[in-house]
Design a protein around this ligand. Sequence first.
Ligand code: SF4
Length: 347
Amino acid sequence: MSTQRKAVALISGGLDSLLAAKLMLNQGIHVEGINFYTGFCVEGHTHAIRKKDKDKPKRNNALWSAEQLGIKLHIIDIIEEYKDVLINPKHGYGANMNPCLDCKIFMVGKAKQWMEDNGFDFIITGEVIGQRPMSQRKELLPVVVKESGADDRLVRPLCAKNLAPTLPEREGWIDRDKMKGFSGRNRKPQMALAEEYGFEDYANPAGGCCFLTDKNYSDKLVDLWQARNKKEYDLDDIMLLKVGRHIRPEPHYKLIVSREEGENKFLSGYKKHFGHIEIKSHNGPLTLVDGKLSDEDFHYAASIAARFSQGRDADSVNVKVTTQDGEEKTYDIKPMPASEIKQDWYV
Ligand code: SF4
C-alpha cells in the first residue's frame, strides 16, 4: 500500500499559491498551508481602517485560500526574525524596499524546517518563472532552492514543466505531466485555471503580497531609518507607516495626521505613546508627533495640523497639545496657509 505523501504549501493569500496547492491536492497529496506574518502583509489591516476601502473584503486572504482548498493553515509570526532579512538583504532590494529574493529564501528555509519537524515530504510554492522581476527570474529560482536548503524537495507546480524534475517527481509521488509550464508576466493562464477550478473573488491577481513593494510605503520606511540614523523598527512603527499623512517639517520630528474618522480612531490607540495635537474648536484630525519637540516646535506643528481641520480658513483654531511626557496645553493658533506647507515635507 502506498503512503500518502504530505506537502507544506506557502500560502500568501494570492491566486498563484492557491492554484499551486490545488494542483497538488488534485494529485492526492495531503497539503497543509503555512502563512508567514512579517507585519508588512497587505491583508485586511488598512481596509479595516479606512472608509474609502469599506467595500474591500476585510478578510485574511490566506485563511480564505485555505478555506477554498479545505486545508489546514498554520499562520506563523516571523516579525522578529524577518527584521534581519529586511535590514540586511544579501541579494539587495527590488524596485522599492522589497527584499524579495532574500524573503523567498528565508520563507522556503523556514518551511523546510517546518516540513522536517512535522514529518512532511516536500514544499510547494506558487512561483512562476519570469512573473516577478526580482525573485522569479529563471536564473534565480535555483538560488532559492540552494540557499534555502530545500534542494529538490521544492516543487513549483505552476511552472514545474519548465524546471528540472524534483525528488517528488522522480520518486513518482506526483506526476510531472499534471503540473503546468507557465512563465512570464501574463496572468491569463492562472485566471483560466482559477475559472476551471471555480475560484472566484480571489485576491489581487497581479498585486504584490506585501507593503514593501509599494513606493510610498517604502519611502516612509527609508525616512524613518534616516531620521533614527539606524535601520531598526518595531511592529508599531511599521503599522503606523500604513496610516495617515506623514509630514516631516523638520528633520527631528514627523507628524502623522489622520485623514478620516477610521484613522482617527486607529491613531487614538497610540496617544499614550506619542505627543499629540487635537483640534478642539473645529472638526479636525488627530495628529501624532514622532520626535522630541520644543514648545516652539509644538506651536509650529499645531498650525500645520490646524490646516487639515475644518477651521483651516478661520483666523484662529483652538488646539490641545499633549507632550511626550503627558503635559497638556491648550491655545489658539492661526492655521498655516496652504502655500506655506511644502510639498517636500510629505514623506
Ligand atoms: S512581495 Fe514582500 S512578502 Fe512577497 S516576496 Fe517580496 S518581500 Fe517577500
